[in-house]
Write a protein that binds this ligand. Sequence first.
Ligand code: FMN
Length: 415
Amino acid sequence: MGSLSGRRIVLGVTGSIAAYKSALVVRGLVKAGAEVRVVMTPGAKTFITPLTLGTLSGNPVHSALTEDVEAGTWTDHVELGLWGDVVLVAPATAHTLAGMVEGRGDNLLLTVLLSAKCPVVVAPAMDRDMFLHAATTENLEKLAARGVHIIDPDTGELASGLTGKGRMAEPERIRTELTTWFKSQAPLIGYRALITSGPTQEPLDAVRYLGNRSSGRQGAAIALELAKRGMQVDYICGPSDIPTDHPGVHRVDVTTALEMKAAAEAALGAATPDVIIGAAAVADVRPRMTIDGKASKGELPDTIELVDNPDILAHLNAAAPDACYKVGFALAHGDGRAAALRKLSAKGCDLVVLNSITDKGAGFGHTTNRVDFVHGPDRIDSFELKTKEAVAVDLADEVQQQLLERPPLLTPLDD
Ligand SMILES: Cc1cc2nc3c(=O)[nH]c(=O)nc-3n(C[C@H](O)[C@H](O)[C@H](O)COP(=O)(O)O)c2cc1C
């Protein structure tokens, strides 16, 4: 797995003589595991062909704002801007830098840059005097002030024959700076999480089931927070309509506890997680018999025989390596600290996140939660009532602290 694995990069290529090096930029990014979509300015196409960059990226190259004027089709610059984790402009001409500063939209790349919600990185490339010009200096300062990351050009011999600063950074430096920058934005890149979330539904017949009121909101918030920090998240979720749209979240929807166990074990077998978080409210029991079709009122049994469901978290924890950090959730009625401490050892957890249905605004069905992090008898951290997203941040901070003490278990960074 590469250092940019799973990252989506929109690569803008502009009309600099250094555009020929963008082929090597694409190759390096793809080799590091990134998915690359290239957007060329019209000027860039006089220096390197879309065919070269399209072949190396494995994706069609976009250049024109409209595709087929007769047919009324156009390139969706908004979609491209939203697709990327980053827009990298390499090489970035003085002209494109000026267009970015002014917010111009007179070619596809500039409109993508205006639409992008993700961070932007530029690798300027130009002749010495163009680079030293006050306009360029001011433009780079303004872009840096807006949060654009600038990969400083190299000093050396330039295409004009002059010597000085302005040569685009070598493709290898662009890749390593981008990787380092991604890591600073997303410190848990290369690490993997396995999360179970939501309720399970245990069918009585085709329409009736035993279930619980878990919404899956807390698990979803945790999945999104960890993905935002760069983790690849296997998210196994019982019936829940809480969205988890993020390229780092691989969601598998399940219904029953047995399905959840099978999906979680499959994820564990496919890729060793660095952290397991059992946030699902798995039904403890299921009906021994399921009636085919919809039972009429008269066909419903007077008593329902129940059998135990497997303890998914205990199974996962036992199967995972010792170095994997294991987190369970416990929902208590009243003070559940003693129960949480029992759960900690019974399920092989390193941490139990305890919440109580008797705390106002906490637990199932709320957008807020109040939790205690139970690490052991000597360490229980209590938090105030906060949104489930804020609880996810607290938990992600704890996970991050644990994980950054060691390298990823399955997916070592390759540089
Ligand atoms: C041979 C040649 C090389 C050029 N190299 C550069 C360059 O390295 N950097 C730059 O800013 N402009 C360079 N230019 C000028 C740009 O191509 C020109 O400003 C163009 O409008 C840039 O458009 P774009 O930014 O939309 O691609 C070069 C022009 C020519 C003819």
